[in-house]
Design a protein around this ligand. Structure first.
Ligand SMILES: Nc1ncnc2c1ncn2[C@@H]1O[C@H](COP(=O)(O)OP(=O)(O)OP(=O)(O)O)[C@@H](O)[C@H]1O
Ligand SMILES: [Mg+2]
Length: 328
């Protein structure tokens, strides 16, 4: 069977007005995007945004309500058998067997995916070695730490050598070290030519790992681009962080200062000032500090970071968000 031919040779995924209703509830709302072969594409959004539902539609695990999607040119609605050979999926809930060892779990997956009998052992040993699990090959899945469980789950999705790997929140619940290890594995897999579609609610994860990112909120893509492009959407904006003594309690004192877009005062009394004219804002702030006879304890100027970008982009659509912005 050959691909349907809707997509270019550069596309790994093409989604056209992809939509999912659960009953009357619209969980994914006519989203369109393209994932290029060889890239790490991030799907970033808060809880309930529609990330898992999108992954499940793209993998043929749940029916598409409306719209179309193609994987390497194959139509999901009609050519799922061909697609299954090309994709690996690591869902948010692992489907490995608690009582089986790492080795036996992978051998079982290899059999299920139809890896030829004479190739299974070598493939499984390669994966155990790649993920640093060789010395744990006889350890039962249930006895592994969370981080190692996640590694084995990714290994299991790779037994049949897919070209495209879906990772649904691959680092959720992991400590910082395990998270970074998983990031390194994802980068290494990508360097070996595997296209990655990754969902996350962690802004820094998306910015550090992904070539391009779609931001999804309430079932809709509200922004898309490279990390640099997304930063540029709020470009011009810089942040001044200021601590003074005695501390200021009201942001209104900066109302008359030119070049300022927004002022927030944090719990530690750090004043975070978003500016679009550095000179005017600095001059005005310093004038105000002098006038009020305040002592400057800390003053720093920086460009907008990932978190600023997202707060800004999401603020355009709504105020209340549930993104994670740190190493949680
Ligand atoms: N099987 C289902 N039946 C009904 N509603 C569902 C079902 N699965 C998901 N939903 C709803 O669809 C919306 C999108 O859910 P989804 O799990 O895709 O979001 P998500 O972005 O993966 O969220 P999370 O970050 O919490 O994993 C949510 O409002 C959710 O409650
Ligand atoms: Mg989810």
């Amino acid at each position: 069977m050959s691909p349907s031919g809707c997509c270019s040779l550069h596309d790994a995924i093409v989604a056209e007005k992809l939509t999912k209703y659960y009953g009357d509830f619209l969980a994914v709302d006519h989203i369109s995007f393209r994932v290029r072969r060889g890239e790490i594409y991030g799907f970033l959004g808060p809880n309930g945004a529609g990330k898992t539902t999108t992954v499940r539609m793209l993998c043929g695990l749940t029916r598409i309500s409306e719209g179309k999607a193609y994987i390497y040119g194959y139509d999901i609605n009609r050519e799922l058998v061909a697609i299954k050979k090309l994709i690996g999926v690591v869902q948010d809930i692992s489907n490995l067997y608690m009582e089986l060892s790492c080795y036996d779990n992978l051998m079982f997956c290899a059999e299920m995916y139809g890896v030829p009998r004479n190739k299974r052992k070598e493939r499984v040993m390669d994966l155990l070695s790649f993920f640093g699990l060789e010395d744990r090959k006889h350890v039962k899945f249930k006895e592994l730490s969370k981080g190692l469980k996640r590694r084995l789950a990714i290994a299991a999705a790779l037994v049949h050598e897919p070209k495209l790997l879906f990772l649904d929140e691959p680092t959720i619940g992991l400590d910082v070290k395990s998270k970074r290890q998983i990031w390194n594995f994802i980068r290494k897999l990508n360097e070996e030519g595997i296209t990655i579609f990754l969902t996350t609610h962690n802004i820094y994860e998306a910015f550090r790992l992904c070539n391009r990112i779609a931001i999804i909120n309430r079932g809709k893509i509200i922004a898309e681009g490279t990390p640099t492009e997304l930063r540029k959407k709020v470009s011009g904006n810089k942040i001044i962080e200021l601590q003074v003594s005695p501390p200021i309690k009201k942001s209104a004192i900066f109302d008359s200062v030119d070049g300022i877009i927004d002022v927030k005062i944090g719990h530690d009394n750090t004043i975070c000032i978003t500016i679009d004219d550095t000179i005017a804002a600095l001059e005005g702030i310093l004038r105000m500090v002098k006038k009020l006879n305040l002592e400057i304890i800390m003053l720093s100027l920086r460009g907008a970071d990932a978190e600023d970008v997202f707060i800004k982009l999401i603020d355009k659509t709504e105020k209340n968000i549930g993104f994670s912005t740190g190493d949680d």
